[in-house]
Design a protein around this ligand. Structure first.
Ligand code: GDP
Length: 298
């Protein structure tokens, strides 16, 4: 079994490959910086983060007084790791009983899978988890969540065609009554009309607060790391509507666009609690800025 770094590397290799070829230049000149700029944009770092990184890199090159293009690689890793470091923050549980999490994201992002992984991760840490299937629109989502709940041997509150806010409300109350450590509410990623998604999610959030003061303690967005600038736009939109506390960035095992994390760090630095690096329950990893920078650039 490959380590997550290996799988991340394999996914990023196409980008990494194009960046690596830049470092085989014979001298540090404007052309090298232009090629780097192109490679970072192709990796979906976005214009702002790319510009920031290049400026920072030039400063570091000057400071290091180096003329060796190979040395630029290490300096860019330093610059990227520093840019990404505010995203490095672990999910904390245990301060509230229960800790209530609301998980949001567009359909297909990997929300249901990520909740399964998160549940397993928490159950492994001896946390009593209760799941709420508040995506009452999609039968498949409810069923899939039920499968994850069985596998992780945790309880689930589910109601066919029920009101998502009511299911969440019941789940928080049940969690308190049953002494759960963590309640995780899965939400819809798309409504039949598509228009009212944010309103629906805001309503769920309000109702969760009614069930427990101060809750939800976490509002987590699941984004597909493969979708580049779209992922950044989703982070902005969900953050503005709901106030995000953390991200789970999925599918980084199969992407050439991992640079989007640099864009997120520069434009909307919501902490990355976990990254998804595969379809299995154990394919969830905590995010390390330096390891990520190395996987992208080494
Ligand atoms: P949802 O619609 O957001 O609930 O998305 P799902 O959880 O159903 O996931 C959509 C697809 O993405 C499924 O085929 C998952 O197996 C896949 N998927 C989810 N996370 C990852 C990941 O980290 N890596 C890979 N390669 N696939 C993933």
């Amino acid at each position: 079994r490959q380590s997550w770094m290996e799988r991340l590397r394999a996914g990023l290799r196409r980008t990494g490959g194009s960046i690596a070829s830049v470092f085989s230049a014979t001298k540090i000149d404007e052309q090298l910086y232009e090629e780097l700029e192109e490679a970072l944009l192709l990796a979906d770092a976005g214009v702002k983060a790319t510009q920031f990184l290049l400026d920072d890199l030039k400063r570091r090159v000057k400071e290091a007084r180096t003329t060796d293009p190979q040395a630029v690689r290490g300096l860019l890793i330093d610059a990227l790791a520093e840019l990404l470091s505010p995203l490095e923050k672990g999910l904390e549980v245990g301060r509230f009983t229960p800790t209530v999490m609301m998980v949001v994201g567009v359909n297909g992002a990997g929300k249901t899978t990520s909740i399964g992984k998160l549940t397993r991760h928490l159950a492994d840490a001896d946390q009593r988890v209760l799941l709420a299937a508040a995506d009452t629109f999609r039968a498949a989502a409810r069923e899939q969540l039920g499968v994850w709940a069985d596998r992780a041997q945790v309880e689930i509150i589910s109601q066919e065609g029920g009101d998502p806010a009511a299911v969440s409300f019941d789940a928080v109350n049940a969690g308190r009554a049953r002494g759960a450590d963590v309640v995780i509410a899965d939400t819809a990623g798309r409504l039949p009309t598509q228009l009212h998604l944010m309103e629906e999610l805001k309503k769920i959030k309000r109702v969760i607060t009614k069930a427990q003061d101060g809750a939800p303690h976490e509002v987590l967005l699941v984004v597909d790391g493969n979708t580049g600038q779209n992922a950044l736009n989703q982070v902005k939109a969900f953050d503005e509507a709901l106030g995000l506390t953390g991200l789970i960035v999925t599918k980084l095992d199969g992407t050439a666009k991992g640079g989007v994390l640099a864009a997120i760090a520069r434009e909307r630095p919501v902490p990355v609690y976990f990254v998804g690096v595969g379809e299995k329950l154990e394919d969830l990893e905590t995010f390390s800025a330096r390891e990520f920078a190395r996987a992208l650039l080494e």
